[in-house]
Design a protein around this ligand. Structure first.
Ligand code: GTP
Ligand code: MG
Length: 246
């Protein structure tokens, strides 16, 4: 009976912009069970990027930003008449299914394939706060990057709780120095996909085709999916130039 479905009419507020953020559930355990490279594993990154790509194809958002086990989707159209139950459940289940399918490609022993799930939350924004939101997530990606590298360096000589406690007491400058002295790694020179995350979106691209009837080359503009492993530090211009949002 419809009258008992008391949450079904809850819809998103009439804001200009909507973000959905999906986050892998219990991925700390999942990634360690799979024995992935630490702190960054390129197979894991590729699974997240391929999942983002499939979400872009299916839901046609403006932009997807991913780092670690999260995906931030900036919607263009708001599907399901903005119903919160539908948005959260469909995006979370779709993301989990695609991720699972991608995971199967790298795990030969399908009996040991972990069952994955993602949570989903909705973040309503205005045009003016889109940049601020993504910059906040990108700052988190950078913090993650520094902490991840330093944590695994400390783990070479200490237990997990000891490394965690030590990490808490370290200033950013200490961490940079430690990585440089012990590992000869300059944290600010790490690859941009680790420091700044990865963007997935469409760009207009000129393509050249040959018209065999008229025997001429034709150039046309096509939307192509771009996977940007080399994102800039987000600024207002990024969202204005790429998606006309400012
Ligand atoms: N080894 C490895 N682990 C990764 C990688 N990317 C993400 N992770 C793991 O995924 C975790 C994601 O963080 P969280 O989302 O806070 O942790 P979680 O276990 O998923 O917890 P919930 O989201 O609250 O369910 C990180 O702490 C890492 O342990 C990677 O490239 N390599
Ligand atoms: Mg998680």
């Amino acid at each position: 009976m419809k009258k008992y479905e008391i949450y079904s009419k809850i819809v998103v507020p009439p804001s200009n912009r909507l973000i959905l953020r999906l986050d892998g559930r219990g991925f700390h355990k999942l990634t360690s069970n799979l024995d992935l490279d630490k702190p960054y594993d390129e197979h894991f990154r590729d699974i997240m990027v391929n999942t983002a790509k499939q979400l872009l194809i299916e839901f046609q958002p403006y932009f997807i930003y991913t780092f670690s086990d999260e995906l931030n989707i900036l919607l263009k159209e708001i599907p399901f008449n903005g119903r919160i139950e539908k948005l959260n459940s469909v995006f979370a289940s779709y993301t989990s299914s695609v991720f699972q399918k991608e995971l199967l490609k790298i795990i030969s022993d399908s009996d040991n394939l972990p069952i994955v799930s993602f949570d989903s939350r909705i973040i309503p924004l205005t045009n003016e706060t889109v940049y601020e939101y993504f910059k906040g997530r990108q700052d988190e990606a950078w913090r993650n990057c520094i902490n991840g590298h330093v944590y695994w360096l400390l783990r070479e000589s200490m237990a997990a709780n000891e490394a965690n406690n030590m990490l808490k007491g370290l200033k950013s400058s200490d961490m940079h120095e430690l990585m440089f002295n012990k590992k000869n790694v300059n944290l600010s020179k790490l690859p941009n996909w680790q420091k700044r995350g990865v963007g997935v979106y469409k760009v207009l691209t000129e393509t050249e085709e040959y018209d065999s009837k008229k025997q001429v080359k034709i150039t046309s503009l096509r939307q192509k999916i771009k996977i940007n492993y080399d994102l800039p530090i987000f600024d207002v211009k990024f969202f204005k130039n790429k998606f006309n949002i400012f």
